[in-house]
Ligand binder design. Structure first.
Ligand SMILES: [Zn+2]
Length: 493
């Protein structure tokens, strides 16, 4: 953006702003009207995969057979006249570092937005396209490449759509849709883990009404921070929210769906948007995921019936409506301001990988030898394959952590499925009065339980391509996020 500044200033001198925008819609320049005023633009583009590709998010693979609702990349670009930042969401289970790096390269070339100032988060729909390889589902290279391009195109369109704007935020709460999904169980009732042991102290998703459940093993985070952006006429440009819920699920067989993230956005875009006008880009609603690795929407201890299976999408629609209603309530309380300082910082921290020992690899090979020629069955076989694949991983990975600043609002971004405790700690210790954390942002490095969570065991700790960072990854990531938040806060005002 900076390279265009001098040229843009000359053009602005020569033409009125309206004429300038008409003639050069792709030139990203300092704001013409008020030098320190905010400009903002948003856009969304379809990333629905073709049918027949893997739908990652389950232990067994299945191929997409029906599109229930389209998947989108959604982008918001904010520009304070000196700095620009972009937040992007993608309807998918996760995005690799490489996919995002490819997108950011194009973004920098096309818009001047440098990679540290762009946050790209996966929503974590478990019914989307093959962006990553998880358990028996493999990523699809062509789809990954196309998603990279669409992310870049969405940011470019959002930048094209920038216009003078106001921004504000407020925090709501919706505790009814979120439950900690890890439970302590009665002694002697823990089923075997993939290594045939029953020494896990907690069980994920023990089932509604399970009489052996003792109590949840951790907290929830009901907060619903909402950022609202509108133009100088008061027409909404974008809504960016953050809610700490893994996903809802309950789709039809082999369906493609953006899960409740898409349904929430439909409600907000329908009920918060200004009446459509031909000369304005439509409002875009974006729901980012908080630290929700151990949070789901299953009321294990509650009275919800387990005898009557819910029809597909029933629960998803209910949760989307509940979270959207609270979002709409919060939106009506937002106080807007014309100018806020923007900032962003990013760093990569080295974290060790929990590599399998040679004896574990040999054991895994023996298990797979027995399963040769047929589909892998059960935890033992599925995790044996994961053990062999993990042996090929590097010993250390450079994990990107990011912090964004929008005035007095701080946003931290972690490229992992983080336990809710990480988000709560970052929010509590943040130097900003309001902070939220986007998980699965700028990459995918598996689950990150707390140190205590590792001691408790359970699915999220079982070593696989979905959980492999060192046991101390949680304090390292929290520390890095807090350092970045402090850094971005103390930077130029
Ligand atoms: Zn998940």
């Amino acid at each position: 953006m900076r390279v265009c500044k001098g040229f843009a200033a000359m053009v602005i001198l020569a033409f009125s702003q309206t004429l300038f925008l008409r003639l050069t819609p792709h030139v990203f320049a300092a704001p013409a009207q008020s030098p320190k005023g905010l400009r903002a633009g948003a856009a969304k583009l379809d990333v629905t995969p073709r049918l027949g590709l893997s739908v990652p998010g389950n232990m067994s693979d299945h191929k997409g057979a029906h599109v229930h609702d389209p998947l989108y990349v959604r982008a918001l670009v904010l520009d304070d006249g000196r700095t620009s930042v972009a937040v992007v969401t993608c309807d998918c289970v996760a995005l690799y570092d490489e996919t995002i790096a490819a997108a950011k390269q194009i973004i920098e070339k096309q818009t001047g937005l440098i990679s540290d100032r762009v946050a790209v988060a996966a929503t974590h729909s478990h019914s989307a396209g093959p962006t990553v390889s998880i358990f028996q589902s493999d990523a699809d290279r062509d789809y990954q490449r196309w998603v990279s391009i669409r992310i870049a195109d969405a940011v470019r369109c959002a930048a094209n759509n920038r216009r003078p704007a106001q921004i504000g935020w407020a925090v709501g709460s919706e505790p009814r849709a979120v439950f900690n999904r890890r439970y302590f169980m009665n002694p002697g009732t823990m089923p075997e883990n993939p290594w045939g042991k029953t020494d896990d102290k907690v069980k994920m998703n023990p089932g509604v009404g399970n009489p052996n459940v003792v109590k949840p093993a951790g907290p929830i985070d009901p907060a619903l921070p909402v950022v609202a952006v509108r133009d100088s006429d008061g027409d909404p440009i974008a809504v960016l929210a953050n809610y700490t819920l893994h996903y809802v699920g309950g789709v039809g067989p082999s369906h493609i769906s953006a899960d409740y993230f898409g349904m929430w956005a439909d409600v907000i875009e329908r009920e918060w948007a200004a009446p459509a006008t031909v000369n304005k880009s439509p409002m875009v609603a974006m729901l980012t995921n908080g630290c929700s690795a151990n949070i789901n929407n299953v009321d294990v201890l509650g009275s919800s019936s387990k005898t009557r299976p819910l029809s597909p999408y029933y629960q998803m629609d209910k949760v989307a409506r509940m979270v959207a209603d609270e979002t709409l309530r919060v939106l009506r309380t937002v106080q807007y301001r014309d100018a806020v300082p923007l900032g962003a910082r990013m760093s990569r921290i080295p974290l060790r990988v929990r590599k399998p020992a040679a004896s574990e690899v040999a054991e895994a090979r023996a298990i797979l030898e027995q399963a040769k020629g047929r589909e892998l069955r059960g935890l033992r076989e599925v995790y044996a394959r994961e053990t062999i694949l993990m042996a090929e991983y590097p010993d250390i990975m450079e994990v990107p952590v990011q912090a964004l600043r929008i005035g007095d609002l701080g946003i931290a971004a972690l490229p992992v499925e983080a336990f809710v405790e990480l988000g709560l700690e970052i929010k509590q210790q943040s130097p900003f009065p309001t902070t939220f954390v986007m998980e699965l942002c700028n990459g995918y490095f598996g689950y990150v339980p707390t140190v205590e969570g590792h001691e408790q065991g359970g699915y999220e700790t079982w070593r696989a391509r979905s959980s492999y960072l060192e046991i101390n990854a949680a304090p390292a990531l929290v520390g890095a996020a807090l350092d970045l938040l402090k850094g971005v806060k103390s930077s130029e005002k």
